[in-house]
Every structure is written in structure tokens, then in C-alpha cells.
Design a binder for this molecule. Structure first.
Ligand SMILES: NC(=O)C1=CN([C@@H]2O[C@H](COP(=O)(O)OP(=O)(O)OC[C@H]3O[C@@H](n4cnc5c(N)ncnc54)[C@H](O)[C@@H]3O)[C@@H](O)[C@H]2O)C=CC1
Ligand SMILES: O=C(O)C(=O)Cc1ccc(O)cc1
Length: 368
């Protein structure tokens, strides 16, 4: 499609959408605005945007599609502005916020003025922020939740999905309240729990310095999302207050159950607790992108000798396969170690598996 796409907030998500849109619609113009001039400059330098706007008004007036990709609190404020601006008659406004209830309440005011606002939430991302981390295929195979209001013309929803087709995401239309409950459970709660585990380790480290040395490996993995933007998560929690208060209450009850199982030394109860969790988790779809990105880990059984890491990375380098992380687990003297190599995509992981098989006799597996 031709036309002008105006992106407000040139960060990880705004930048990634800009790249995805350009991939499918190379003849459209992408105009960017950000409160930070530095981000706008970077966006232009990296080829994420074609032009910059000096204000929201300047960029919005002749836009066909407006994407608000700022933190959710800012999004509400920006939406209020649109009620006062002389926009193009057929413009579609959308957002990318991690919450939808409060945003769609604001959208009602726009709808009353005949302006189309369709809520959006690409369910993939990273703990990294900023336009430099933007990638055109960040949302490939991820769910992209869409929350139109009751009056939205279906053609407008299709038009929005067409604009966003280059992201290769899977679109799913749901209601704002369903959205906030689901994301509360599978995204917002895990972020709270990850941060709370880090706080617990921090407290313990005040009396035992070994904690920070031992908190590598698994602890780092499950608390990765605690490194996300604090401002972004503050705003998400405040927006999804009612849902999260209820979920946190349920979580307290859950922890009380675990406390009593341990306190009563209820071995059977504890076994069932873990067994039930394992059963549900093992049945979750694999190789599908969720809100919290999968780690594309490859496990390699290697002899525990100096130089083994550089040997393997050397093979991968020969085939230009990039890795995002590498570590050894379970190394003890005289036995094999397990090298865990992480990749950005499943495709890279599969290529790496073939590459290691071609150059060595080391066994590799995907699941441990
Ligand atoms: N980070 C993630 O993994 C995901 C984030 N989201 C949502 O996407 C939105 C943006 O998140 P990120 O791109 O990660 O954040 P980011 O921090 O990378 O980018 C946000 C950008 O918005 C700009 N900004 C802030 N206030 C502004 C304003 N009033 N006017 C113009 N620009 C403004 C900031 O300068 C920054 O460049 C948030 O609402 C978040 O809930 C949705 C899916 C995933
Ligand atoms: O980095 C991670 O693991 C995330 O959880 C990414 C993320 C953050 C916010 C969202 O609304 C959706 C996905």
C-alpha cells in the first residue's frame, strides 16, 4: 500500500513495527516522532523511518495510519489529543500497549467523534528497549492481539491487519477485558514474580555474599525479564490494577498452600503439586512464540577440557551462525559437561545442530 504511516514512540516496538510495515509496503512513507530527539536521529540513521515529524500534530494531520508505541500512560494522554486534531477522514489509529481496558475506555471518546481507534498488542518483545534493538521480524509467528470496539467497521480491522502483515504475526481479535486477564496471567504476573525472586536474592546477599556467585544459570534464566524497563512495567501494573490485585491474591493463596504442604511435611501433596504443574506445562504448545520469548537453547555434550568452547564456537563461526549466549552446566571432574548455547531463532538453532554434527561427534539435544 502507498500512504503515510505515522509512528509515535520510536522504541523497540515502534521501530520493529516500522521495519515490518516497510518490508511489506516498500512504497509507503514512514514518519516518526519521539520525545527524545536522539531516538528520532537514531531511527533515521538506522533506516527505520523515512522522515521525522517535529510534533504529534505535524505527523498526524496527513497520516493514513497512526501507531502509538509509547508506554501505556503516555498513550492515554496522546489519545486525548487526537480528539482535538483535524485528522484525515479515513485514518486508522492503533496502539501497541500491553494493557487494553483503560486504552479502550479512552478510545470510546474518539469513537464518539467518528475517529477509528483499534487497540493492538504484539505479544512478543524483549527485556531490551530502544530503537537500536528493533527487528523487522520481532513478531514473526507471535500472536498480535487486536481489540476493536463494538462500532469498528470490519473492513478497517482488515485494513489494519494488511498494514501490519509484514510483521508475520498471527492476528487474534479479543475483547479488552479478556486481553487484560490473559496478559495478567501469562505476562504481567511472571514479571512481578521474576522481580520478587530477584528481591529475595538481593536481601539474602546482604548476609551471604555467595548468593550472587551462585545465582547464575537457572536463576538468571527465569529472572531475565526482571531486567525489563522499570517505567514500562510500573505503568502496566497501574493500568491492570483490578486484574492484578485479584491474581496476586490467588498467588498468595497458592503460596500459603505450598507453605502448609511443606510445614505438614505432606510428601504426597508436594509430589502432586509438582506433578500437576509439570503435566500442564509439558502439554503447552512447543515452538510457538508466546509473550515471553522462548530461549532457543541447544545442549551439547562435550568433554570437559580447556578450549572446548572455542572449538564449538569456531565451527559455528565457519557457518556464520550467531549465538546470543553460551555457558557450561553440570561440569564435574572426569565426566562430560553440557554446553548450553542460545540462539536468536529456532532456525539458527537447527542450523547449529547440523553444523556441530558435521564437524564433530558431540551429541546435541534441544530439550533437557
Ligand atoms: N518491550 C516489550 O517487550 C513490549 C512492549 N509493549 C508495549 O509497547 C510500548 C512501547 O514499549 P517499548 O517499545 O518496549 O519501549 P521503548 O522504551 O523501547 O520505547 C518507547 C519510546 O516511546 C518514547 N516516548 C515516551 N513518551 C513519549 C511521548 N509522550 N511522545 C512520543 N514518544 C514518547 C520514548 O522516548 C521511547 O523511545 C509499551 O506500551 C509497552 O507496553 C508491547 C509488547 C512488547
Ligand atoms: O521480554 C520478555 O520476555 C517479555 O515478556 C516481552 C513482552 C513484554 C511486554 C509485553 O506486553 C509482551 C511481551
Amino acid at each position: 500500500m502507498n500512504g503515510r504511516v505515522f509512528i509515535i514512540g520510536l522504541g523497540l516496538i515502534g521501530g520493529s513495527l516500522a521495519l515490518g510495515i516497510k518490508a511489506k509496503h516498500p512504497h509507503c512513507s514512514i514518519i516518526g516522532y519521539d520525545v527524545s530527539d536522539q531516538n528520532v536521529k537514531l531511527g533515521k540513521m538506522l533506516g527505520v523511518i523515512d522522515e521525522k515529524a517535529d510534533s504529534i500534530m505535524e505527523g498526524a494531520l496527513d497520516a493514513d495510519l497512526i501507531i502509538i508505541s509509547t508506554p501505556v500512560k503516555e498513550t492515554e494522554i496522546i489519545m486525548e489529543m487526537f480528539g482535538e486534531l483535524p485528522l484525515k477522514k479515513d485514518v486508522i489509529i492503533t496502539d501497541v500497549g500491553s494493557t487494553k481496558g483503560r486504552i479502550m475506555e479512552k478510545a470510546e471518546l474518539l469513537s464518539q467523534k467518528g475517529i477509528t481507534f483499534i487497540g493492538g498488542h504484539p505479544m512478543a518483545g524483549s527485556h531490551k528497549s530502544g530503537v537500536t534493538a528493533a527487528k523487522s521480524l520481532l513478531f514473526e509467528n507471535a500472536f498480535y492481539l487486536i481489540t476493536p470496539d463494538n462500532f469498528t467497521d470490519e473492513d478497517k480491522v482488515k485494513c489494519l491487519m494488511n498494514w501490519l502483515g509484514g510483521t508475520k504475526a498471527k492476528f487474534l481479535v479479543i475483547t479488552p477485558s479478556e486481553h487484560d486477564l490473559l496478559t495478567g496471567v501469562i505476562s504481567h504476573m511472571p514479571h512481578i514474580v521474576a522481580a520478587s525472586l530477584v528481591h529475595q536474592a538481593d536481601q539474602t546477599s546482604k548476609t551471604n555474599e555467595l548468593v550472587t556467585r551462585l545465582a547464575a544459570g537457572g536463576f538468571r534464566d527465569i529472572t531475565r525479564i526482571a531486567s525489563s524497563s522499570p517505567a514500562m512495567w510500573r505503568d502496566i501494573l497501574l493500568h491492570n490494577k483490578e486484574v492484578l490485585l485479584k491474581l496476586l491474591k490467588d498467588w498468595q493463596d497458592e503460596m500459603n498452600l505450598v507453605i502448609s504442604l511443606i510445614d505438614e511435611e505432606n510428601a504426597e501433596g508436594l509430589f502432586t503439586y509438582f506433578e500437576d504443574a509439570k503435566k500442564f506445562r509439558d502439554e503447552l504448545p512447543k515452538n510457538q512464540k508466546g509473550a515471553i520469548p522462548a530461549f532457543y537453547d541447544l545442549y551439547v555434550d562435550v568433554p570437559d577440557y580447556p578450549g572446548v568452547i572455542s572449538e564449538i564456537t569456531g565451527y559455528l563461526a565457519k557457518e556464520a551462525i550467531s549465538i546470543t549466549n553460551i555457558r557450561i552446566i553440570e561440569t564435574r571432574e572426569d565426566i562430560n559437561g553440557i554446553l548450553v548455547i542460545s540462539f536468536q531463532t529456532d532456525e539458527d538453532r537447527m542450523r547449529a545442530q547440523k553444523c556441530i554434527a558435521a564437524y564433530s561427534n558431540y551429541d546435541t539435544t534441544i530439550e533437557k
